[in-house]
Write a protein that binds this ligand. Structure first.
Ligand SMILES: C[S@@+](CC[C@H](N)C(=O)[O-])C[C@H]1O[C@@H](n2cnc3c(N)ncnc32)[C@H](O)[C@@H]1O
Length: 272
């Protein structure tokens, strides 16, 4: 990608970033040489990493759909990524266009792209039902207190919280369980959460190699086992089939035969 109006000058493009690596695996163009280099190192360890990224994105879509079918019309998507097909905004636009969506990401390039999208939609006369917030999951109070969130979501009504492929980017020292607990406490009964998380349970040696590559790229990446992922759901009630390999969560008809080929645990839960 060349520097254009969606590239704010403050971005250090020599440092790989998870949003842009994910964009690279999904076939996008919002990535730089450093992102592609580390993306390729991950791919050497896990040749199916692009499939994993796509399958994770498809889970996000199925989870949003299931929440919409449960009547949810407000979504809080944390770690939203660079706007692209199949993301929360585009899925809700099709299946529940009256939804309000707050997208949160700590990467300034995500924010820059989102602003450009928002401007284009407003120029088309659309009312902004999706807002983007540059904030950090490690500071959930700042997310909950943000004026843009308060102006968009009614926290007295159920919210669909999406924590899809983000929690592995927080180390244990950041206490991601405390962040999720703070968010859970702020949401009313009937709210849902979707979580996906890469794990060493499927292929320990490949995942260890990815962690080594991440360390060399100065990136935090913490795969977690099934029990650790289940802990994120706290006392919320897991929706059937529970925490399962990402491809096995309400698969569509054309599923590949090996659901363990994408090394993510995934699940959806409801606040009682
Ligand atoms: C792998 S992408 C996942 C994108 C999307 N959730 C999905 O699953 O399709 C992870 C995203 O989380 C964002 N992210 C990483 N750490 C974050 C943090 N501490 N707070 C907010 N966003 C973060 C990254 O910038 C990136 O856009």
């Amino acid at each position: 990608m060349t520097h254009d109006q969606t590239t704010p000058p403050t971005i250090d493009t020599s440092v790989p970033h998870s949003a842009r690596m994910y964009d690279y695996w999904l076939g996008g163009s919002s990535n730089f040489a450093a992102d592609r280099a580390l993306g390729q190192a991950f791919e050497q360890a896990i040749p199916s990493i692009r499939t994993m990224a796509r399958e994770n994105r498809r889970f996000l879509g199925r989870a949003v759909r299931s929440m919409a079918e449960a009547g949810i019309r407000q979504f809080l998507d944390i770690g939203t990524g660079i706007p692209a097909a199949g993301d929360t905004h585009s899925v809700t636009e099709i299946i529940a266009p009256d939804s309000r969506v707050v997208c949160v990401d700590n990467d300034p390039i995500v924010h820059a792209h989102a602003q450009a999208h928002a401007r284009a939609r407003m120029a088309d006369g659309e009312q902004p039902r999706t807002v983007y917030l540059q904030a950090d999951l490690r500071h959930p109070d700042q997310i909950l207190e943000a004026l843009a969130l308060k102006a968009t979501l009614d926290l007295d009504r159920p919210v669909g919280l999406l924590l899809v492929a983000i929690l592995m980017l927080l180390g244990d020292e950041d206490d991601p369980w405390a962040s999720t607990a703070t968010l859970f406490d702020a949401l009313p009964p009937g709210s849902h959460v979707a979580i996906s998380h890469p794990s060493q349970d499927f292929n320990p040696s490949a995942m260890a190699e990815v962690v080594r590559a991440a360390e060399q790229g100065h990136m935090t990446l913490v795969p977690r086992d099934r029990g650790q992922v289940e802990r994120f759901f706290g006392d919320w009630e897991l929706v059937a089939p529970g925490v399962v390999p990402v491809m096995s969560w309400h698969p569509e008809d054309d599923r590949p035969t090996d659901p363990n080929a994408a090394y993510y645990w995934a699940g959806v839960a409801r606040k009682p």
